[in-house]
Design a binder for this molecule. Sequence first.
Ligand code: 4FD
Length: 253
Amino acid sequence: MKIDILTLFPEMFNGPLNSSILKKAQEKGIITINYINIRDFTTDRHHQADDKPYGGGAGMVMKVEPVINAYEAIPKNNSFTIMLSPQGRKFNQKFARELSRKEHLIFICGHYEGIDERVRQLIVDEEISIGDYVLTGGEIAAMVVIDAVARLVPGVLGDEVSAEEESFSDQLLEYPHYTRPRNFRGLEVPEVLLSGNHKKIDLWRKKQSLLNTFFRRRDLLKIRGLTKEEKILLWQGFFELAMLIDEIPERSE
Ligand code: 4FD
């Protein structure tokens, strides 16, 4: 996957996209990220990328010519152009999966009060919002989208994990994870995870995922639905929780 990022602040991307898994993915050549400084495409002698809004008002607006000039300098034949803004379509995992199938993504990161409307009209295929809050620029939102999309590109994580993403755990919250030591300050790793019985372990994890999702995000379960087997597992989980009442000592009345 090719990714081009149009920004006035390319240095903002250095940490997150060049660390850990995305660093490896770039080293392996699975994804290529290219930064384009919009300021390099300004045409006036002050290299001004922003200007006062027509009609007046506070703040500055990003100029159209530098953005379009920068965009037109990108070699492309089958690209998809994204602009990050609070007005965009809400980003989620399904949307990330959709974008992970594209071969070339171009991100436009706006600053100031916004971008000249004609950028949208001329080159934006989709406007995306990562959530209902306002950021100082589109860069952090672009990094969120790129991270979520890139990890779904085949080969970036390793294919066993991506296969799992689609099936077992999908649309449920995660089950609790443990590693050594077995006991930390009196907190024990659940016995079943040490049993080596993989059928039992899978069932325990599924039950924990169902309970987690039920208590924290019932809205997700209502959309997803539950199979008969899952309802039985969840009932078992409730029963086991109810049994914890017996651990509480009786108190005289
Ligand atoms: N919620 C988001 C994206 C960008 C942003 C900006 C127009 C503001 C929040 C264009 C207005 C860019 C988001 C920069 N804030 N701020 O995804």
